[in-house]
Design a protein around this ligand. Structure first.
Ligand code: NAD
Length: 261
Protein backbone atom coordinates (compact mmCIF):
# COMPACT_ATOMS: atom_id res chain seq x y z
CA UNK A 1 0.00 0.00 0.00
CA UNK A 2 2.77 2.41 -0.99
CA UNK A 3 0.34 5.17 -2.01
CA UNK A 4 -1.94 5.20 1.03
CA UNK A 5 -2.82 8.82 1.91
CA UNK A 6 -2.14 10.06 -1.65
CA UNK A 7 -4.80 11.45 -3.96
CA UNK A 8 -4.62 10.71 -7.70
CA UNK A 9 -6.54 12.34 -10.54
CA UNK A 10 -6.59 10.17 -13.66
CA UNK A 11 -8.19 11.83 -16.67
CA UNK A 12 -10.04 9.61 -19.13
CA UNK A 13 -10.27 6.80 -16.59
CA UNK A 14 -13.69 5.39 -17.50
CA UNK A 15 -12.06 3.14 -20.12
CA UNK A 16 -8.89 1.51 -21.42
CA UNK A 17 -5.47 2.65 -20.21
CA UNK A 18 -6.82 5.29 -17.82
CA UNK A 19 -8.97 2.71 -16.07
CA UNK A 20 -5.99 0.33 -15.82
CA UNK A 21 -3.92 3.13 -14.26
CA UNK A 22 -6.69 4.15 -11.82
CA UNK A 23 -7.08 0.54 -10.66
CA UNK A 24 -3.32 0.09 -10.24
CA UNK A 25 -3.03 3.28 -8.15
CA UNK A 26 -6.08 2.31 -6.09
CA UNK A 27 -4.57 -1.12 -5.44
CA UNK A 28 -1.65 0.73 -3.82
CA UNK A 29 -4.07 2.62 -1.57
CA UNK A 30 -4.42 5.95 -3.40
CA UNK A 31 -7.78 7.74 -3.38
CA UNK A 32 -8.91 8.29 -6.95
CA UNK A 33 -10.73 11.01 -8.91
CA UNK A 34 -12.16 9.33 -12.00
CA UNK A 35 -12.96 11.32 -15.14
CA UNK A 36 -14.19 10.52 -18.63
CA UNK A 37 -17.33 9.89 -20.62
CA UNK A 38 -19.75 6.98 -20.55
CA UNK A 39 -23.08 5.73 -19.23
CA UNK A 40 -23.82 7.31 -15.82
CA UNK A 41 -24.95 4.03 -14.22
CA UNK A 42 -21.89 2.15 -15.49
CA UNK A 43 -19.58 4.88 -14.17
CA UNK A 44 -21.26 4.86 -10.76
CA UNK A 45 -20.87 1.04 -10.63
CA UNK A 46 -17.20 1.48 -11.50
CA UNK A 47 -16.66 4.16 -8.84
CA UNK A 48 -18.48 2.30 -6.07
CA UNK A 49 -16.83 -0.99 -7.11
CA UNK A 50 -13.36 0.50 -6.82
CA UNK A 51 -14.10 1.89 -3.34
CA UNK A 52 -15.22 -1.55 -2.21
CA UNK A 53 -12.51 -3.59 -3.91
CA UNK A 54 -9.57 -1.46 -2.77
CA UNK A 55 -10.95 0.16 0.44
CA UNK A 56 -10.20 3.66 -0.86
CA UNK A 57 -12.22 6.78 -1.63
CA UNK A 58 -13.18 7.23 -5.28
CA UNK A 59 -14.94 10.25 -6.76
CA UNK A 60 -16.03 11.00 -10.32
CA UNK A 61 -16.25 14.20 -12.33
CA UNK A 62 -17.39 14.33 -15.95
CA UNK A 63 -15.29 17.37 -16.99
CA UNK A 64 -14.90 17.74 -20.76
CA UNK A 65 -11.15 18.11 -21.19
CA UNK A 66 -11.51 19.90 -24.51
CA UNK A 67 -12.54 22.92 -22.39
CA UNK A 68 -9.64 24.63 -20.53
CA UNK A 69 -11.85 25.96 -17.71
CA UNK A 70 -13.20 22.46 -17.07
CA UNK A 71 -9.67 21.05 -16.76
CA UNK A 72 -8.79 23.64 -14.10
CA UNK A 73 -12.13 23.02 -12.35
CA UNK A 74 -11.43 19.26 -12.31
CA UNK A 75 -8.15 19.85 -10.46
CA UNK A 76 -10.01 22.06 -7.96
CA UNK A 77 -12.86 19.56 -7.51
CA UNK A 78 -10.38 16.74 -6.86
CA UNK A 79 -8.99 18.69 -3.90
CA UNK A 80 -12.48 19.52 -2.62
CA UNK A 81 -13.73 15.93 -2.91
CA UNK A 82 -10.64 14.05 -1.74
CA UNK A 83 -8.65 16.57 0.30
CA UNK A 84 -5.66 17.17 -1.96
CA UNK A 85 -3.89 16.29 -5.18
CA UNK A 86 -0.60 14.37 -5.18
CA UNK A 87 -0.64 12.47 -8.46
CA UNK A 88 -1.90 13.77 -11.81
CA UNK A 89 -2.18 11.36 -14.71
CA UNK A 90 -3.01 13.20 -17.93
CA UNK A 91 -4.39 10.29 -19.93
CA UNK A 92 -7.59 11.31 -21.79
CA UNK A 93 -7.10 11.13 -25.53
CA UNK A 94 -8.84 10.62 -28.85
CA UNK A 95 -7.76 9.57 -32.33
CA UNK A 96 -8.76 10.30 -35.93
CA UNK A 97 -7.00 9.16 -39.08
CA UNK A 98 -6.85 10.80 -42.54
CA UNK A 99 -4.15 12.16 -44.87
CA UNK A 100 -3.05 15.73 -44.07
CA UNK A 101 -4.85 17.27 -47.06
CA UNK A 102 -8.14 15.60 -46.12
CA UNK A 103 -7.85 15.97 -42.32
CA UNK A 104 -10.98 17.81 -41.04
CA UNK A 105 -10.16 21.09 -39.24
CA UNK A 106 -12.58 20.22 -36.43
CA UNK A 107 -10.78 16.90 -35.78
CA UNK A 108 -7.41 18.69 -35.68
CA UNK A 109 -8.78 21.18 -33.13
CA UNK A 110 -10.39 18.45 -31.01
CA UNK A 111 -7.28 16.26 -30.89
CA UNK A 112 -4.96 19.18 -30.09
CA UNK A 113 -7.28 20.42 -27.34
CA UNK A 114 -7.87 17.03 -25.62
CA UNK A 115 -4.53 15.27 -26.26
CA UNK A 116 -2.21 18.28 -25.84
CA UNK A 117 -3.79 21.45 -24.42
CA UNK A 118 -5.53 19.59 -21.56
CA UNK A 119 -2.09 18.31 -20.48
CA UNK A 120 -0.86 21.91 -20.28
CA UNK A 121 -3.94 23.15 -18.39
CA UNK A 122 -3.82 20.17 -16.02
CA UNK A 123 -0.14 20.71 -15.17
CA UNK A 124 -0.68 24.47 -14.84
CA UNK A 125 -3.40 23.92 -12.23
CA UNK A 126 -1.70 21.04 -10.40
CA UNK A 127 1.89 22.26 -10.07
CA UNK A 128 1.16 25.06 -7.52
CA UNK A 129 -0.73 22.53 -5.34
CA UNK A 130 2.16 20.04 -5.51
CA UNK A 131 4.78 22.75 -4.89
CA UNK A 132 3.06 23.67 -1.63
CA UNK A 133 3.31 20.04 -0.47
CA UNK A 134 6.83 19.68 -1.87
CA UNK A 135 5.72 16.36 -3.37
CA UNK A 136 4.02 15.51 -6.61
CA UNK A 137 3.98 13.07 -9.49
CA UNK A 138 2.78 14.05 -12.96
CA UNK A 139 2.52 11.29 -15.53
CA UNK A 140 1.53 12.28 -19.03
CA UNK A 141 0.35 9.49 -21.30
CA UNK A 142 2.04 10.25 -24.60
CA UNK A 143 2.62 7.43 -27.11
CA UNK A 144 5.19 5.83 -29.37
CA UNK A 145 3.69 8.50 -31.62
CA UNK A 146 5.25 11.08 -29.30
CA UNK A 147 8.64 9.87 -30.57
CA UNK A 148 8.05 8.66 -34.13
CA UNK A 149 5.38 9.17 -36.79
CA UNK A 150 2.92 7.10 -38.79
CA UNK A 151 0.91 8.25 -41.81
CA UNK A 152 -2.65 9.60 -41.46
CA UNK A 153 -2.19 10.67 -37.82
CA UNK A 154 -1.03 14.28 -38.20
CA UNK A 155 -2.97 15.71 -35.25
CA UNK A 156 -2.28 12.78 -32.93
CA UNK A 157 1.45 12.66 -33.72
CA UNK A 158 1.78 16.44 -33.38
CA UNK A 159 -0.11 16.41 -30.07
CA UNK A 160 1.89 13.50 -28.62
CA UNK A 161 5.25 15.03 -29.66
CA UNK A 162 3.96 18.18 -27.93
CA UNK A 163 3.17 16.20 -24.77
CA UNK A 164 6.74 14.89 -24.65
CA UNK A 165 8.08 18.45 -25.05
CA UNK A 166 5.75 19.91 -22.41
CA UNK A 167 6.72 17.08 -20.03
CA UNK A 168 10.41 18.00 -20.35
CA UNK A 169 9.77 21.71 -19.69
CA UNK A 170 7.60 21.04 -16.61
CA UNK A 171 10.18 18.54 -15.31
CA UNK A 172 13.02 21.07 -15.54
CA UNK A 173 10.95 23.79 -13.89
CA UNK A 174 9.93 21.58 -10.93
CA UNK A 175 13.19 19.64 -10.57
CA UNK A 176 13.87 20.90 -7.03
CA UNK A 177 10.28 21.02 -5.77
CA UNK A 178 9.86 17.33 -4.95
CA UNK A 179 7.87 16.91 -8.15
CA UNK A 180 8.64 14.57 -11.04
CA UNK A 181 7.09 14.85 -14.48
CA UNK A 182 7.39 11.97 -16.93
CA UNK A 183 5.75 10.77 -20.11
CA UNK A 184 4.76 7.17 -20.74
CA UNK A 185 4.97 6.22 -24.42
CA UNK A 186 2.95 3.05 -25.05
CA UNK A 187 2.94 1.16 -28.31
CA UNK A 188 -0.24 -0.76 -29.13
CA UNK A 189 -2.65 -1.40 -26.26
CA UNK A 190 -5.92 -3.18 -27.06
CA UNK A 191 -8.47 -0.59 -25.89
CA UNK A 192 -11.67 0.84 -27.46
CA UNK A 193 -9.46 3.53 -29.13
CA UNK A 194 -7.50 0.84 -30.99
CA UNK A 195 -10.50 -1.46 -31.50
CA UNK A 196 -12.15 1.33 -33.53
CA UNK A 197 -9.02 1.58 -35.71
CA UNK A 198 -9.00 -2.20 -36.21
CA UNK A 199 -12.65 -2.17 -37.30
CA UNK A 200 -11.98 0.67 -39.78
CA UNK A 201 -8.95 -1.14 -41.17
CA UNK A 202 -10.88 -4.42 -41.57
CA UNK A 203 -13.68 -2.61 -43.40
CA UNK A 204 -11.24 -0.87 -45.75
CA UNK A 205 -9.14 -3.96 -46.47
CA UNK A 206 -12.13 -6.37 -46.67
CA UNK A 207 -10.58 -8.52 -43.92
CA UNK A 208 -11.49 -9.10 -40.27
CA UNK A 209 -10.37 -7.65 -36.94
CA UNK A 210 -8.17 -10.66 -36.05
CA UNK A 211 -6.24 -10.33 -39.34
CA UNK A 212 -5.82 -6.58 -38.81
CA UNK A 213 -4.56 -7.13 -35.25
CA UNK A 214 -1.68 -9.25 -36.59
CA UNK A 215 -0.94 -6.77 -39.42
CA UNK A 216 -1.06 -3.78 -37.04
CA UNK A 217 1.54 -5.32 -34.74
CA UNK A 218 3.74 -6.55 -37.62
CA UNK A 219 3.89 -3.04 -39.11
CA UNK A 220 5.47 -1.43 -36.05
CA UNK A 221 6.26 -3.69 -33.07
CA UNK A 222 9.09 -6.25 -33.08
CA UNK A 223 7.24 -7.89 -30.16
CA UNK A 224 4.02 -9.13 -31.74
CA UNK A 225 1.97 -8.63 -28.58
CA UNK A 226 -0.29 -5.84 -27.34
CA UNK A 227 0.67 -4.15 -24.08
CA UNK A 228 -2.10 -4.19 -21.46
CA UNK A 229 -3.69 -1.39 -19.39
CA UNK A 230 -2.45 -3.32 -16.32
CA UNK A 231 1.17 -3.03 -17.55
CA UNK A 232 0.78 0.72 -18.10
CA UNK A 233 -0.75 0.89 -14.60
CA UNK A 234 2.23 -0.96 -13.10
CA UNK A 235 4.66 1.47 -14.77
CA UNK A 236 2.65 4.40 -13.42
CA UNK A 237 2.83 2.97 -9.89
CA UNK A 238 6.61 2.64 -10.26
CA UNK A 239 6.87 6.30 -11.36
CA UNK A 240 5.02 7.25 -8.16
CA UNK A 241 7.34 5.18 -5.97
CA UNK A 242 10.42 6.29 -4.04
CA UNK A 243 12.53 4.23 -6.45
CA UNK A 244 11.65 6.70 -9.21
CA UNK A 245 12.31 9.83 -7.12
CA UNK A 246 15.06 11.09 -9.45
CA UNK A 247 13.43 10.05 -12.72
CA UNK A 248 12.06 13.19 -14.34
CA UNK A 249 11.60 14.64 -17.81
CA UNK A 250 11.77 11.20 -19.36
CA UNK A 251 9.72 9.79 -22.22
CA UNK A 252 9.47 6.13 -21.16
CA UNK A 253 8.72 3.59 -23.85
CA UNK A 254 6.54 0.54 -23.17
CA UNK A 255 6.04 -0.47 -26.76
CA UNK A 256 7.29 -3.97 -27.59
CA UNK A 257 10.40 -2.47 -29.20
CA UNK A 258 8.52 -0.12 -31.59
CA UNK A 259 10.88 2.87 -31.37
CA UNK A 260 14.00 0.71 -30.97
CA UNK A 261 14.09 -0.13 -34.68
P1 NAD B 1 -10.01 4.85 -24.69
O1 NAD B 1 -10.82 5.36 -25.84
O2 NAD B 1 -10.22 3.46 -24.20
O3 NAD B 1 -10.14 5.83 -23.44
C1 NAD B 1 -10.10 7.22 -23.57
C2 NAD B 1 -10.65 7.84 -22.32
O4 NAD B 1 -10.63 9.28 -22.49
C3 NAD B 1 -12.10 7.48 -22.04
O5 NAD B 1 -12.31 7.38 -20.64
C4 NAD B 1 -12.88 8.68 -22.60
O6 NAD B 1 -14.16 8.83 -22.01
C5 NAD B 1 -11.92 9.79 -22.23
N1 NAD B 1 -12.15 11.02 -22.99
C6 NAD B 1 -12.20 11.19 -24.33
N2 NAD B 1 -12.46 12.47 -24.63
C7 NAD B 1 -12.57 13.13 -23.46
C8 NAD B 1 -12.84 14.47 -23.11
N3 NAD B 1 -13.06 15.42 -24.02
N4 NAD B 1 -12.89 14.81 -21.79
C9 NAD B 1 -12.70 13.86 -20.83
N5 NAD B 1 -12.43 12.57 -21.11
C10 NAD B 1 -12.38 12.22 -22.41
O7 NAD B 1 -8.48 5.06 -25.15
P2 NAD B 1 -7.09 4.50 -24.58
O8 NAD B 1 -6.49 3.68 -25.65
O9 NAD B 1 -7.23 3.95 -23.24
O10 NAD B 1 -6.25 5.86 -24.56
C11 NAD B 1 -5.85 6.50 -23.37
C12 NAD B 1 -4.61 7.32 -23.66
O11 NAD B 1 -3.54 6.46 -24.06
C13 NAD B 1 -4.79 8.34 -24.79
O12 NAD B 1 -4.12 9.54 -24.48
C14 NAD B 1 -4.11 7.64 -25.96
O13 NAD B 1 -3.66 8.55 -26.91
C15 NAD B 1 -2.98 6.93 -25.25
N6 NAD B 1 -2.38 5.82 -25.98
C16 NAD B 1 -3.13 4.75 -26.34
C17 NAD B 1 -2.51 3.71 -27.03
C18 NAD B 1 -3.26 2.48 -27.43
O14 NAD B 1 -2.70 1.68 -28.18
N7 NAD B 1 -4.48 2.26 -26.99
C19 NAD B 1 -1.15 3.77 -27.34
C20 NAD B 1 -0.43 4.90 -26.96
C21 NAD B 1 -1.06 5.92 -26.27
Amino acid sequence: MALKGKVALVTGSTSGIGLGIARALAAEGADIMLNGFGDADDIEKLRAGMEKEFTIKAAYDGADLSKPDQVAALVQKTQEALGGLDILVNNAGIQFTAPVEEFPDAKWEAIISINLSAVFYGMKAAIPVMKKKKWGRIINIASAHGLVASPHKVAYVAAKHGVVGATKVAAIETANDGITVNAICPGWVLTPLVERQLQDRAKEAGTDVETEKKKMLQETQPMLTFSTPEEIGALTVFLCSDGAATMTGAPISIDGGWVAH
